[in-house]
Unconditional design. Structure first.
Length: 87
């Protein structure tokens, strides 16, 4: 199976979005965790809200990326169809 430029672009953009999501979750975990007296680590209430916000943000980010990729793919296909096949 040959991987064309369009598939590489979709894969790279999606992988970058997932990477940003993982970095965001790691940052939230580091910023909002706190030690408790019995030696464990707990997550603050604010951290819980931050996790929910990160999840919602990721959902909107992936939806936006999907729309953008679909529009750029459709525009690229339209440009290809308009080309003169005799050239």
């Amino acid at each position: 199976m040959e991987i064309d430029a369009d598939l590489r672009r979709k894969t790279a953009v999606s992988a970058a979005a997932v990477g940003a999501f993982l970095v965001t979750f790691t940052a939230i975990g580091l910023a909002f965790s706190e030690e408790i007296p019995d030696g464990g680590i707990a997550f603050s209430n604010t951290g819980g809200f931050a996790v929910v916000a990160a999840l919602v943000g990721f959902i909107f980010l992936m939806a936006g990326i999907g729309v953008w990729l679909d529009n750029t793919t459709a525009a690229d296909a339209a440009e290809t169809d308009d080309a003169d096949p005799t050239e």
